[in-house]
Design a protein around this ligand. Structure first.
Ligand SMILES: [Fe+2]
Ligand SMILES: [Fe+2]
Length: 174
């Protein structure tokens, strides 16, 4: 819960800072940038911080892909952006209801909060983003699913598992 409070304070401070436009232009093409800018300001700031952290955690040859995962991991939130009030309320309600919160998924705000991984994977698929690396979209789809791991039997499974571990670290710290 304390981590959540820290994350909330970082979120608030991000609203008043400029987006790191140089970083975005360096990593995204025009279509991707237009999509990215559909995120709320605080979600965009969070995603940039996660992307930078992901690059630090990435194997040399995957730095660009890891940055992309960071930038787009919460893109599902762009479909129904949550106000600060809604975010606070949902974190509190979630801490009380735990898994029971999923029963309220008919409410768009709850769906955005709980389902943004799946929604994000669908948005990216619809736009052909990560077309050559579909396992990346699966990382984004399951990034809040604590149990989900690939069996690790083939190369893609290994890539998935390593990127997922890095994303969870970077996401929690930022
Ligand atoms: Fe997320
Ligand atoms: Fe996140």
């Amino acid at each position: 819960m304390l981590g959540r409070v820290k994350q909330f304070l970082i979120n608030i401070s991000g609203i008043f800072k400029r987006l790191d436009e140089d970083y975005l232009v360096e990593h995204l093409d025009k279509g991707q940038l237009i999509l990215f800018l559909k995120l709320s300001k605080s979600d965009a700031q969070h995603s940039i911080r996660v992307a930078k952290e992901m690059e630090k955690l990435a194997p040399e040859e995957l730095k660009g892909i890891y940055a992309g995962i960071g930038l787009f991991h919460d893109i599902g939130k762009s479909r129904r952006p949550l106000s600060i009030f809604e975010k606070v309320a949902l974190v509190l309600v979630h801490s009380v209801l735990k898994d029971e919160l999923s029963k309220l998924v008919r409410f768009k705000a709850v769906e955005s909060y709980l389902g943004h991984g799946r929604i994000g994977a669908e948005i990216l698929e619809g736009r052909g983003i990560f077309y050559d690396t579909p396992w990346v979209r699966e990382v984004i789809r399951y990034h809040h699913d604590p149990e989900y791991r690939c069996s690790g039997e083939n190369e893609t499974d290994g890539l998935f598992n390593e990127a997922m571990t890095a994303l969870k670290l970077a996401d929690n710290d930022n």
